[in-house]
Design a protein around this ligand. Structure first.
Ligand code: ATP
Length: 279
């Protein structure tokens, strides 16, 4: 069984997808390893959803090879589907059922489902257990979507913009939930427009633009971020430096101690990302 466990969860080589004349996905290679949180970043229309839906078996590809949990999604059967969890951008389900009814109902579709009540607690919906879905707020709806994505205890979880509409506290709680799923062994493919979310959660990020992968790296090293100049700012001036510690020592000597309003600013993941996609 060793070789099975060590197998990559997602393997994509030379993936393309054309819609008529448009090359929406134009030769993508991707490897996602077991237990990894991998984030796909890219502007609107970059090809993220198309790529993800090909991996999920919902869209046919034009060319290339794809393996998800060792199976070509074109041949994915119900056993394979049972091992996936999917949280789409827009979900629609019966608004006339309550939260608790819905989660219990979905649990029955899976062979290895998690405890429905525990999942409701984990997504922070205890107080809304008895509420009808149509009466939930936007953020609560999204939490329910996440609950339904994880109820089957998936080996691979697809999260498409999972925290859209969450308030800041709910986002932090959700991040904790995602990290706990990772600790329990779930591999996660996260699509997000929130760069801080990718930074907080992802082991690796891939930037995709116009259907092509621009770079795959850790959030700390994307776009050579670790070597970017630091901006040192203080009350009386600012300066860019690749050795900010030295610079600050000299500055401190000039001020005979405390430098007024000192800040050392490094480019955020968002700064690097925007530079990469040419904004
Ligand atoms: P967003 O961040 O806006 O969700 P995305 O990266 O997920 O964008 P895709 O939805 O994969 O982008 O779309 C990639 C390109 O393919 C876009 O130009 C889009 O208009 C086009 N496209 C997507 N689906 C179809 C379709 N069914 N038919 C024709 N064109 C499509």
């Amino acid at each position: 069984m060793w070789h099975r466990e060590a197998m990559s969860v997602v393997k994509v080589h030379g993936l393309t997808k054309q819609y008529g004349e448009l090359n929406a996905v134009a030769g993508v290679d991707l490897i996602i390893e077991p237990g990894e949180i991998f984030s796909l970043l890219g502007p609107n229309g970059a090809g993220k959803t198309t790529t993800v839906e090909i991996l999920e078996g919902f869209r046919p590809r034009s060319s290339g090879s794809v393996s998800v949990l060792g199976v070509d999604p074109n041949d994915g059967d119900s056993t394979w589907r049972n091992r996936l969890g999917i949280v789409h951008q827009n979900s629609q389900d019966a608004g006339d059922l309550s939260v608790v009814e819905t989660v219990h109902h979905f649990a029955k579709y899976y062979r290895n489902s998690r405890d429905a009540d525990e999942v409701i607690s984990a997504v922070g919906l205890d107080e809304k257990r008895g509420s009808l879905i149509r009466n939930l707020s936007g953020g609560q709806r999204r939490r329910l979507d996440v609950a339904l994505g994880i109820i089957g205890n998936p080996e691979l979880l697809f999260l498409d913009e999972p925290t859209t509409g969450f308030d800041p506290e709910a986002r932090r709680q959700f991040w904790d939930l995602i990290k706990s799923l990772q600790h329990a062994g779930t591999t996660i493919l996260l699509t997000t427009h929130y760069l801080d979310e990718a930074e907080a959660l992802a082991d690796r990020v891939a930037v995709i633009n116009r259907g092509k992968i621009v770079e795959v790296a850790t959030p700390a090293t994307l776009g050579n971020r670790q070597n970017a100049l630091a901006l040192v700012k203080w009350r009386d001036g600012e300066s860019e430096s690749n050795q900010p510690t030295e610079f600050i020592k000299e500055l401190a000597a000039k001020y005979h101690g405390e430098i007024p309003e000192l800040q050392v600013i490094r480019p955020s993941l968002e700064d690097i990302y925007l530079r990469m996609i040419g904004e």
